[in-house]
Every structure is written in structure tokens, then in C-alpha cells.
Design a protein around this ligand. Structure first.
Ligand code: DGT
Ligand code: MG
Ligand code: MG
Ligand code: MG
Ligand code: MG
Length: 281
């Protein structure tokens, strides 16, 4: 690049590389989705089309950004996890966040008509904010994921009961709110069951658990952790050869990206998919 007297302005750029050797989570969240959901008459409390559209966009993001190991989505938000060894964009926060936000938004708009077949998008168009947070340990990362899933559960149980009181019980918003004030989970389950014959356990898994997106390889059977999978997967090599890195990249690019609605709080999900938190694809 030719030198010019203007080039000194580069010095104004500030470094924003995220702490090395930490798990990076980029969480995106729909901007003003309360209003957006009303505009497009999203079903309350859960709109299957809206949630599946979020999942389709997240899946597409994972297809384009190979460095993401797992993602979790609920409501108008999605969390994307980068492995602690990730070196994409030299771990620059602004690059990581802006890439995820723009890729996600682009696919959200792209897939809109697939899920909302008879409601074309009109301005103001959907947009998302994003942030990056570093988690130093696997435990911190797992606790982060658990936090989001617990949030999903608490909100969904509340919302399901709240809207049942309104839609099936004929209450207005304030009455429903008063009815639920100070209630525990067991009380809400009881209201759903005794008043509306709804067994909360039978509600769709996507609503109760949110959505987890990951690359699918052969499952490890419970109790056989470390044995039925190539031991190489679990090792954390100090330095990897170029061919090995290239092979990993190809293997990752070929893997099927799946969306499931599973418990990610208990160990089982992670134990059966050791590649998610290991050093390998
Ligand atoms: P923000 O994020 O500060 O820009 O503001 P909002 O309005 O996006 O608020 P947020 O993100 O805390 O809450 C998400 C909103 O999106 C919440 O009001 C409910 C709405 N929403 C998300 N998914 C659904 C759905 O499936 N059905 C309906 N009816 N609403 C949904
Ligand atoms: Mg927000
Ligand atoms: Mg939002
Ligand atoms: Mg939100
Ligand atoms: Mg460029």
C-alpha cells in the first residue's frame, strides 16, 4: 500500500482483541422485537414460524462461520460459541460481533418468506444488536448456556400460563398478571392443568427448551465416553500440523448442522458430544 500523508489516521484505531484462551460467546438479540412481533402478529406466547426462522438463520450462520462450535437460541436471541483456541479475526471483538450480526440479519431477511409465506416484510426491517463476552472456563461457559436455558424455561412457563388465562380463561392482561403474582412453578403447572387441562410437560420441546445448533457427528453412548470415539478428538495438541488443521476444517465443513431442542444444563448433552468442547471439529 502506498504511503500517504493521510495514513497516520490508522493510529487512531484501537485494538479490541478478546482475551486469549477463553470461550467467546457472541449473543445477538432482536431490536424492538416486542413491536416487531405485534406488527407481524406473531402468535402468543410462541410463534412457531418466528422461532424456526431464527433457527434457520442461526444454522446458516454456522454454515458460513466454521469457527462456531455450538449455538443456543430462545425468543429473539441467539448465542454463538467460539472455541477458546479460536483465532478468527485475531479475536477482534468488533469483527466477530459485526460478522455474526450482519450474517444473521441477512439470512433472517432472506428466509423470511419461507416461514411467513403470506406476510411480506416491510420497513422498518428487522435488525439485531450483538455483544461478545469471554468465559475463562468450561464451567463458566456451561453455566452461561444453562443460564439462557433456565431463562427460557422460566419465561415460557410464565408466558404459557399468562396467555392461557387470557386466551382460554377470558381474563385481561392485568387480571392474568395479578393471578400469577407470587406464584411458583408448581402453582403455574397446577393452574394450567386444573383450569385448562394443559400438561405443561406436553408443550412443544422448542418452546420449553429453546434450540441448540451444532455439527452432528457420531454420538458417544452414555458411559462409554472416550472409548467409542477416536481418542484424537479429546486430545489437546500443543501444536497442530497444517495438514491436520486443514483436515479438521474439511471435516467440519462437511458435517451436518442440526437444530435440536435438548437439555443443555445436564452433563449428558455435552458428554455425548465431546467434540463440542474439545479442541477438534
Ligand atoms: P430490545 O431487545 O431491548 O430491543 O427490546 P425487545 O422488544 O426486543 O425486548 P426483548 O428482546 O427483551 O424481548 C423479546 C420480545 O420479542 C418479547 O417482547 C417477546 C417478543 N417475541 C419473541 N419471540 C416471540 C414469539 O414467538 N411470539 C411473540 N408473540 N412474541 C415474541
Ligand atoms: Mg435486548
Ligand atoms: Mg430484543
Ligand atoms: Mg430478547
Ligand atoms: Mg475488507
Amino acid at each position: 500500500m502506498a504511503n500517504s500523508k493521510f495514513e497516520y489516521v490508522k493510529q487512531f484505531e484501537q485494538p479490541d482483541n478478546l482475551l486469549p484462551n477463553t470461550w467467546i460467546v457472541v449473543r445477538i438479540d432482536g431490536r424492538g422485537f416486542t413491536k416487531f412481533a405485534n406488527k407481524y402478529a406473531f402468535e402468543k406466547p410462541n410463534d412457531k414460524r418466528a422461532l424456526e426462522l431464527m433457527n434457520a438463520a442461526a444454522r446458516a450462520v454456522m454454515g458460513e462461520v466454521q469457527d462456531i462450535t455450538v449455538a443456543y437460541g430462545v425468543s429473539d436471541e441467539y448465542s454463538f460459541v467460539f472455541h477458546k483456541t479460536c483465532s478468527l479475526f485475531e479475536r477482534r471483538a468488533s469483527k466477530l460481533v459485526s460478522t455474526i450480526v450482519s450474517t444473521f440479519t441477512a439470512y433472517y431477511v432472506h428466509y423470511w418468506s419461507t416461514y411467513f409465506t403470506d406476510t411480506p416484510l416491510s420497513a422498518p426491517l428487522p435488525s439485531f444488536d450483538g455483544r461478545a463476552v469471554c468465559y475463562p472456563t468450561v464451567q463458566n461457559l456451561r453455566d452461561y448456556m444453562s443460564w439462557r436455558q433456565v431463562d427460557c424455561h422460566i419465561n415460557n412457563l410464565y408466558n404459557t400460563t399468562h396467555w392461557a388465562l387470557i386466551q382460554l380463561g377470558g381474563m385481561d392482561g392485568t387480571e392474568a398478571e395479578m393471578t400469577l403474582k407470587g406464584t411458583y412453578a408448581a402453582d403455574k403447572n397446577e393452574i394450567l392443568f386444573s383450569k385448562f387441562s394443559i400438561n405443561y410437560n406436553n408443550e412443544p420441546e422448542m418452546y420449553k427448551k429453546g434450540s441448540v445448533v451444532f455439527r452432528d457427528y457420531e454420538l458417544v453412548e452414555p458411559g462409554t465416553h472416550n472409548t467409542s470415539i477416536d481418542a484424537d478428538h479429546l486430545a489437546e495438541p500443543v501444536q497442530q500440523s497444517k495438514t491436520q488443521t486443514e483436515n479438521d476444517r474439511k471435516r467440519r465443513a462437511k458435517a451436518r448442522i442440526v437444530v435440536e431442542h435438548l437439555d443443555i444444563i445436564k452433563d449428558d448433552f455435552w458428554n455425548r458430544r465431546p467434540w463440542l468442547l474439545s479442541n477438534k471439529p
